[in-house]
Each structure stands twice: as C-alpha cells, then as structure tokens.
Design a protein around this ligand. Sequence first.
Ligand code: GLU
Length: 318
Amino acid sequence: VVRSRLAPSPTGHLHLGNARTFLLTWLHVRAAGGSLVLRVDDLDGPRVRQEAVGETIEDLTWLGLHWDAEAGVLVQSRRAEVYAEAADGLLSRGLAYPCVCTRSEIGIAVGDTASSAPHGPEGPRYPGTCRGRWSTRAQAEAASGKPACLRLKTEPGQVRFDDLLYGPQAFDPSMETGDFVIHRNNGVAAYQLATVIDDAESGVDLVIRGSDLLSSTARQRLLQTALGLPMPQVLHVPLVVGEDGRRLAKRHGDTSIRRLRELGWSAAALLARLGATAGLCGPEEEVTLGVLLARYDLARLSTAPVVFTPAWLARRPA
Ligand code: GLU
C-alpha cells in the first residue's frame, strides 16, 4: 500500500497553488487506498510564521483533505537532534565536510557578478573551496572564525529516476549545485536532509509534491544512498502560475483559501476550480471530494503548468 505525506511549509497562507498540490496528493493516495502523514516543514527560519501552522491545518480540514492520525504528524523543528546526528554521521564517515564560505564568497569564486549570472534558485554551483580543508566543524570554526555548515560531497555522474508524471529523469548534482548544504551554519538541518530522514521515518514510499522540487529528488537520492535509506517513488505535479508565467503569489492577487472562504466561497466550489485543472470536472460546478475521487485518473494529468487567471474566481456560486 501507498503511504505519502502532506508537507506544508508554514511560511504563508495556503493558496490555490499549494492547495492544488495537496488536493492531487490526497486524491492519488486515496484512489490507491493508501495513507497520508502530515508533516510540518517549519525549518525555514525567518520565513516561518508559527500561526500559519494552525491556519494551514484549518484550511486543509475545511477543504476536507484529511491525513491519517495513526500515521502521525511530524514537526521538523522538533527533530533537530535526529538531523544533527545523521549529519555528524556523514561527516565522520568522510561523506560530508565543514564549509565556512559565505554566499558572497561563493558568488565571487564562480565569477557571479550580477543577478544575471546563470544559476537556479539554489544559487551558484558550489566550487568545493572547503573540501578537504578540515575534518570537524570545530576545527573549521576555530581556523576561520566563522560558523561552519556541512556539505555533502557530490561526485560527477547522472542520478536517474522515474517520475510517475514527468517520466525518466537524469540530473547531475555535482554540476548543478555542487556539494550541497545538508546542515546550515546556524545548526538547523537543510531541507534536503530533513526531508529524506522524515520520509524514511514515517514510512513514506511515494513522495508527491510540486515540480519545482523535481531536481531536488536527485540530491535526495544521493543522501538516501549515503544514509542507507529507502528511495520512495516520486510524483511531481506542475505548479500553478500566473498569466506572467511566474509561480502563483501575492502579485497575482489574494488567492488564499482563507480569504476566499471569507468572501463566501464554498469548499465545493473551490474544489471544482482545482479539480477542473486536472480534467476531473467543470470549473463552475460544485463537487465533493468523493466525486473527484471517483473520477481521479493520473493519466488525465498533464505536465503543462496550470495558468491561474482571474476568471477562475469571477463567478462565485450563490
Ligand atoms: N514543504 C515543501 C513545500 O511546501 C514540500 C517539500 C516536499 O514535499 O518534499 O513546497
């Protein structure tokens, strides 16, 4: 049986974009008779708002997207020791190393003069400056006078995997991000490390999430290999974007579930707006999750980005 997770980041309100990902997660897992864990991805320091945890849970519940209590709830900010122990283990086995480079030093090292430099949201590729310099964090910090993060060593080579929607994938993390951060210099685990440990701990065998994380899967595979963890299957779903092609955000207007509910939208009407983007119903209907579930079919999903237009919300059912 399938076990997956809902992993909201409590950095803002649940909006139509992340609600679509969670709806598809819920439908896919329920259609397979599987179970769902709730995981709170609250490691992103200053961007996390603790109130958003409760609000997101309320919004998911209002939409009817329930997880399974028996499967448990994982709150990442409470699991610092587990992550630290795994990171230290990789360091002592020589698979990771301490690094004291600052963001701007890395930019200079790769000749990144302006924001036009070719690099993704992860920033420039790390050139490996600190590789082989020190064997412990304490040594690195004493020698440099700066806090050290830990990076996983990446060796050249394609990491291949099959995505249930996007098909066969190949990424070379050593070319894309280079040795990547697994534990930050403020002592907090990086997303890549926390997510693989938690997926294993909660028995997740299918990861469903937004397509912005497709290339992360390759880095997560490297970590799973290094830590001896199982490799879940992956299903990435396209993000909802605005008419400008950018990921749905405030600039496209307030599409938070909370706000729409205050405006009088019913869950059934919003589910129809989202279900229509997966070919499951007409956008102007009102549907229950049961109806969407009965019609759900992965084969109807497309990899094309889903474009939000104000027309989605132009006609609110009375
Ligand atoms: N918390 C992440 C997000 O909201 C999802 C991470 C994951 O599914 O691995 O985009």
